[in-house]
Ligand binder design. Structure first.
Ligand code: ZN
Length: 190
């Protein structure tokens, strides 16, 4: 797991308790908390990839309706997973965390300019934003790990199909949070 970074996708109030709430999102909060805390401890960068919409964004108007409007409470990371000063927040305006954002240059600048090689993805939703972020990571040559108990979707079927697709198409390694933490600490001997 060389030069890893944890990317937490859309764990925002609107996706967990607000306008686009996903009941199943609650299941992954403790796991993500564990993953984020372990990463911080091992000096593995933690990056929040957050929807921060204008009300006239295409996907707001043409697909999902109002959610995660920039500057509102709904667009903030849920209190349980609150970012610290050491973490990075990269705002996005559609599914992929890479689409017209500063995520790629950020990843390439980390590890003293060696760049991140492996992205560990968690958050919402397995088959939408996680999937599109994984696609763009794959196109840019990053290895991908999916925290299977750290991602969720609106239904079990969406979630399972999402995982299968990620594994098959982007060669993503599907691991539990505990397995990921074990590898992270083995790597740094911590
Ligand atoms: Zn959105």
């Amino acid at each position: 797991m060389e030069n890893a970074a944890v990317i937490i996708v859309d764990m925002l109030n609107d996706f967990v308790t607000g306008d686009l709430k996903c009941e199943r999102a609650k299941n992954i909060i403790p796991n993500l908390k564990k993953l984020i805390e372990a990463a911080r401890k091992q000096n593995v960068p933690v990056i929040y990839s957050n929807d921060a919409h204008y009300p006239h964004d295409f996907e707001v108007v043409h697909k999902w309706g109002r959610h995660a409007i920039k500057g509102t409470k709904g667009a903030e990371v849920i209190p349980e997973l609150k970012p610290t000063e050491k973490d990075f927040i990269v705002e996005k305006r559609t599914y992929s965390g890479f689409h017209e954002t500063g995520l790629d240059p950020l990843l390439r600048s980390l590890y003293n300019g060696e760049g991140v090689k492996t992205v560990i993805l968690g958050g919402l939703h397995t088959h939408i934003c996680v999937r599109h972020t994984a696609a763009d990571a794959f196109f840019r040559g990053y290895k991908i790990i999916i925290a299977k108990d750290g991602v969720e979707a609106f239904t079990q079927e969406d979630h399972e199909q999402g995982l299968k697709y990620l594994e098959y198409v982007y060669n993503a390694k599907i691991m539990t949070v505990d397995e990921i933490i074990k590898e992270l600490s083995a790597k740094t001997g911590g």
